[in-house]
Design a protein around this ligand. Structure first.
Ligand SMILES: NC(=O)c1ccc[n+]([C@@H]2O[C@H](COP(=O)([O-])OP(=O)(O)OC[C@H]3O[C@@H](n4cnc5c(N)ncnc54)[C@H](O)[C@@H]3O)[C@@H](O)[C@H]2O)c1
Length: 428
């Protein structure tokens, strides 16, 4: 009942490939499925197509050891884990087309006794919807919504919580929420993950498990929005928000997060919309938090424009063409090179498109700008930008920027990350 000889992972991206490699490293036969032929070819050569520390070694060992192979067409297995994208459409409506395509593609190879797990971050009810798609495609098999504990196929929702950059470690050590459509589905899902997971298993049903993942990311989003709103209020009231938060956090039961130029990445900025979309009248705070965080880059851009105007007032011999702006940081969070959905990148790109003078981009985690950006922007060193920019905009708290004594740098500084406040505690 609980034996899994062959395991298939559908979608070999940032989540699916490390998961496939984790099973393979425990000497299970793993079939990785992806519609991207290029990714499949790279993996079958024992290489990887994404950036994640240590993953290359594990995939190489798994492929050369004969435990992992990739293909574009699903093959029979004892368990299927689906980790395909769940983006939203233009109107913030979730796009479940990838989940539906993945479910329908495995339906053909399902056999009695198989386990299907959805790992993609999903709106509440998606697992039940997936079970309906599977049942439509395979009327010869029974599913939990029809036969409960006696179903031929077991189905569960088990969200992924790993942090990019630490995936290999967190896959093993994180606690796992297990949302079976029945108790038996949960039992079998736990048995599957026990192959490599050392964290605790937290049993619930599929709807609560789906909601749990959305709640975790919405909670972070709301907390960041509070900090971002405070930063705007404090700016208006001439109060240093960084000092304010440090003071307030001395209260034993207060823990305010730090503000920034907005919220980026493909999780926190996306997942709360799945809740807003499902319950628009009820999810008022969650929607407002999204709007507050999404509007912060525009506020920063207005600040930069105002600063340029003030600079020109102080230097009447100059025109906007003579003003050099340096944007410090492009990534969506510190100490990584990931530019996806980055507010820092959006701000820099917008400034480069409206400012007639030079715009320098300072990003110590990359050697080259994406070609689209390179036309409008110059990638510049920290030192050159500190010495030559009239206006410096701090957008990301990379460790290299934390090392700078911003109070001693000449020219104007627009600080979205509290570096100036930190600088006062530096000796030099
Ligand atoms: N990346 C993260 O840090 C993270 C963390 C937690 C949860 N998630 C969630 O996990 C899911 C996957 O995210 P990701 O970052 O791995 O995405 P990704 O884009 O890196 O990978 C998804 C892969 O699925 C493949 N694919 C698409 N449709 C397919 C189909 N029908 N059959 C087979 N393969 C298909 C794509 O080609 C791609 O390689 C999303 O729902 C995401 O929200 C991601």
């Amino acid at each position: 009942m609980f034996k899994f000889e062959t395991i298939s992972v559908i979608g070999l991206g940032y989540i699916g490939l490390p998961t496939a490699a984790a099973f393979a490293s425990r000497r299970k036969k793993v079939i990785g499925v992806d519609i991207n032929q290029n990714a499949v070819d790279i993996i079958n050569r024992g290489e990887i197509h994404i950036v994640e520390p240590d993953l290359d070694m594990i995939v190489h060992a798994a492929v050369t050891g004969g435990y992992l192979h990739a293909t574009t067409k699903p093959e029979p297995a004892d368990a299927f884990l689906i980790a395909v994208p769940t983006p939203f459409k233009g109107n913030h409506e979730p796009d479940l087309a990838y989940v539906e395509a993945a479910a329908r593609s495995i339906a053909n190879v399902l056999k009695r006794g198989d386990l299907v797990i959805l790992e993609s971050t999903s709106p509440v009810g998606t697992t039940e919807q997936m079970a309906t798609w599977l049942a439509e495609s395979r009327p010869d098999l029974s599913f939990p919504q029809q036969a409960g504990q006696r179903a031929d196929i077991n189905i569960a929702y088990c969200p992924e919580r790993v942090l990019p950059g630490k995936v290999i470690q967190e896959l093993v050590t994180n606690d796992r929420v297990i949302g079976g459509m029945t108790d038996r589905c949960s039992d079998r899902a736990i048995a599957l993950y026990q192959i490599f997971v050392e964290g605790e298993f937290l049993r619930t049903n599929s709807r609560t498990a789906e909601m749990c993942k959305l709640t975790e990311n919405s909670s972070r989003d709301v907390s960041i929005a509070f900090a971002n709103e405070l930063s705007i209020i404090c700016d208006k009231l001439d109060i240093n928000v960084w000092e304010l938060i440090a003071l307030a956090n001395h209260h034993p039961r207060v823990n305010i997060l730090q503000p920034g130029p907005g919220v980026g990445g493909h999780c926190i900025a996306v997942d709360p919309w799945f809740l807003v979309n499902k319950t628009p009248d009820e999810a008022r705070l969650i929607r407002t938090a999204r709007e507050v965080n999404d509007s912060k880059p525009k506020w920063v851009i207005e600040k930069i424009k105002l600063d340029v105007a003030e600079f020109l007032q102080e230097n009447p011999e100059k025109t906007a063409k003579d003003v050099t702006i340096a944007c410090f940081g492009l990534a969506f969070k510190p100490d990584i090179d990931d530019l996806r959905e980055s507010p820092a990148l959006a701000i820099t790109r917008q400034i480069a498109s409206i400012h007639p003078g030079r715009v320098l981009a300072v990003e110590p985690n990359t050697d080259m700008l994406p070609s689209k950006l390179a036309q409008h922007l110059t990638l510049s060193s920290i030192e050159y930008s500190l010495n030559n920019a009239d206006i410096k905009v701090i957008l990301v708290d990379h460790k290299e920027f934390k090392a700078i004594n911003w109070r001693q740098s000449k020219g104007r500084v627009i600080d979205t990350k509290g570096m100036l406040f930190l600088s006062q505690f530096k000796n030099t």
